[in-house]
Design a protein around this ligand. Sequence first.
Ligand code: FAD
Ligand code: 2HG
Ligand code: ZN
Length: 446
Amino acid sequence: VLDTLRALVGADHVLVGADTQRYCDDWTGRYHGAARAVVRPAGTDECAGTVTACAEAGVPVVPQGGNTGLVGGSVPDSSGRAVIISTERMGAITVDVLAGQVTVGAGAVLSALQDALATTGWEFGVDLGARGSCTLGGMIATNAGGTRVLRYGSMRAQVIGVEAVLGDGSIVSRLDGLMKDNTGYDLGALLTGSEGTLGIVTAARLRLVPRPNARVTVLASLPSLADALALSARLRATVDGLDGIEAVLGDGINLVCQQAGLTAPFITSPAVTVLAEWAGAGDPPAAFVDAFVDLDHLVALDATTRERLWAYRERMTESISRVGMPHKLDVTLPFDRLAAFVDALSGATSPHRVYVFGHLGDGNLHVNVLGPSADDLSVDDRVLALVIEHGGSISAEHGVGRMKAHALGMQRTRSELAAFRAIKHALDPAGVMNPGVLLTDVNHDA
Ligand code: FAD
Ligand code: 2HG
Ligand code: ZN
């Protein structure tokens, strides 16, 4: 199969041995695999040829973009059988200013898209801390969320159409940008969030949102999670143009200050540090300003100060990785159960160290547990069980990956899993697309 692949994409783009290493280790340091080769197709046809050759030979295929995924889905298992298909040579970006849309190659990096849009009057509605490395293809495959979901939705809401190579090597393409097209199943929506298990997204047509000319960011100290949730509800109910509500709970703020070299934002360490942002034209509405008058808070009106305030939230992930290898549990809770869930967390994670932060405006918490070894699932399972008990979801925005594949049956019913498997079989009949990710032999509890 390697000879076929070399003939297809050129020998320089079939990496083997030590050259594959950086593609086999995941960002968190929890997952380390091995690959037969890393193939870097230049475009959709080469990608289709690669998938076809692998499917015919029964060789597993792992699609990979920026390798910033946090659930072990972007790296192969340790068998050394898989071929990683990297989209890194597929990064074209073509902005359609008239339509307010963009066509991107799967390997286009989010920050490159942001740069390409800088002078167009448009911007992209999804933003996240991995912007310098994560790709639009990877973001579609994981249905990534980030910091603007409460305003613009997750990736699925941005996708107008995709081009993809399915597991049987066939190409499907819908990049025409038509805003209305009710002609059957929405394959783009199906591939969004499929984590490379149905096919490889090679390109996409995405909607853009108006570029605001002003942003105001506030970092505030809240005395309790209940108060932070009440503030979040008030902002969501009253503020037009609200762009995000983020939070760092408890001691996390001290960790980020120590590890990222930041000055403590408040004299007394807050129970919950909330970051809220408004974006629009002119000045923020009075409702946004009024919400913070009785709170200890800092305000950013310019880009430099804004970056300084965002660092307290955005640099949590790297700060945690500096002190250990985290078990990352990305979960959503109903707003009225969120505080009870956090109260119960210390019991579920004891005796380990835990940091909790996330997208408060979406009810999405990132529970990071430090201490258990990489293959110890006991704490993961206790936290996930607690999420189910509180009516939440075991994956809010990072996906299921390898990490939670065994736990999918806690959330999804028998009928749902049967439908998932039927779709998987139809689009990936040889079962070569990202095996071990998302769908595996799940223990069924639901
Ligand atoms: P990869 O890591 O390469 O792959 C992720 C998954 O998608 C894998 O299953 C892979 O097989 C599949 N895949 C990749 N490309 C394709 C393709 N073209 N076709 C089909 N399948 C493909 N995520 C959020 O949702 N919100 C956040 O706020 C957020 N913040 C982050 C901050 C940091 C510092 C880091 C390190 C990560 C963060 N993430 C966040 C997680 C990660 O950035 C996202 O999951 C992102 O969408 C992954 O993109 P990627 O290109 O790196 O994909
Ligand atoms: C974020 O919101 C990312 O910063 C990463 O989703 C979360 O590190 C994490 O657990
Ligand atoms: Zn997040």
